[in-house]
Design a protein around this ligand. Structure first.
Ligand code: TYD
Length: 276
């Protein structure tokens, strides 16, 4: 792997449960490393750091909402959306502080399965206002680079360089879950148990947020095959960062065998044209 100088890139893959984020994050890592000789750090939210993982298991466990007391939350989920947002943001700050910022500082490309858009979408769908969620995000980010002992240059740029929303209808997501559960019993977590109306709201907020930041975010149709979705993500990353195949990468014919489709963008300007 080539040594990398300067700050690494921060790429986020987000979307509703079942859209295939974790698999696509892994495939993107494989392709960036083998075809473009880029060292990556794959990570995820909630989680990614020891404290983040603890908060993750607290938030996802089923009995967090089933203590026998009356459910007084607006959305009937047992945990108030703002309480959730505070916990997700605490996990995010720790993750940024301990993992993401130091990795970017070393020149690694951070590939993050979910980030702040998930809070906007899920806790927004749960009833928290976007203004409030964005304020919490700003608080979670404040002085983070400095807290991690990094240069002020890096400290001021801890938002994603590129974000991809994998878009899928809640109906298709539910079908995917059902067939996964047919293979082996997988207990739904505290979020997966919510209904399709909730996931429709989550999806709508993801799309709306992606459209509001077209220089950073792209929307890719996740109902396609795994390979095609991986191609489209790769194509987006290549165009955003003007990547070239590494000389020792897989021979070009391997790439040419795969039909590459046009990228589904929410708007035209590629990310590499915007100011960083
Ligand atoms: P995820 O890692 O996608 O779960 P899994 O690995 O089981 O597929 O995320 C767990 C859940 O957390 C998911 O339903 C979305 C939710 N979530 C939020 O509600 N807000 C957030 O800020 C984040 C990061 C996740």
């Amino acid at each position: 792997m080539e040594s990398q100088c300067g700050r690494g890139k921060f790429i986020v893959i987000d979307g509703i449960d079942g859209a295939g984020k974790s698999l696509q994050t892994r495939l993107l890592q494989e392709r960036l490393e083998s075809r473009y000789a880029i060292s990556c750090l794959p990570t995820r939210e909630p989680g990614g750091s020891p404290l983040g993982e603890k908060i993750r298991s607290l938030l996802l466990q089923e009995d967090v909402t089933a203590d026998g007391t009356e459910d007084v939350t607006a959305d009937g989920t047992g945990v108030d959306a703002i309480t959730e947002a505070l916990l997700f943001n605490a996990a995010r700050r720790d993750h940024l502080h301990r993992v993401i910022a130091p990795a970017l500082d070393k020149g690694l490309w951070v590939l993050c399965d979910r980030f702040a858009f998930s809070s906007f979408a899920y806790q927004g769908a749960g009833g928290a206002s976007l203004d409030l969620l964005k304020s919490l995000h700003r608080i979670a980010l404040s002085d983070i680079g400095l807290a991690a002992g990094l240069s002020s240059d890096l400290a001021s740029s801890l938002e994603p360089d590129l974000g991809i929303v994998l878009d899928l209808s809640p109906e298709l997501a539910m079908q995917r879950f059902a067939s996964k559960r047919g293979e082996a019993y997988v207990k739904p977590d505290n979020f997966e148990r919510r209904d399709s109306q909730f996931f429709s709201k989550v999806r709508a907020i993801f799309l709306q947020q992606a459209r509001s930041e077209p220089n950073i975010w792209s929307v890719i149709d996740a109902s396609e095959t795994v390979e095609l979705v991986a191609d489209r993500i790769e194509q987006q990353v290549v165009s955003s960062f003007s990547l070239e195949l590494h000389h020792s990468a897989a021979p070009p014919e391997v790439l040419q065998e795969v039909p590459l489709s046009p990228i589904v963008r929410t708007a035209s300007p590629p990310a590499n044209e915007r100011e960083r």
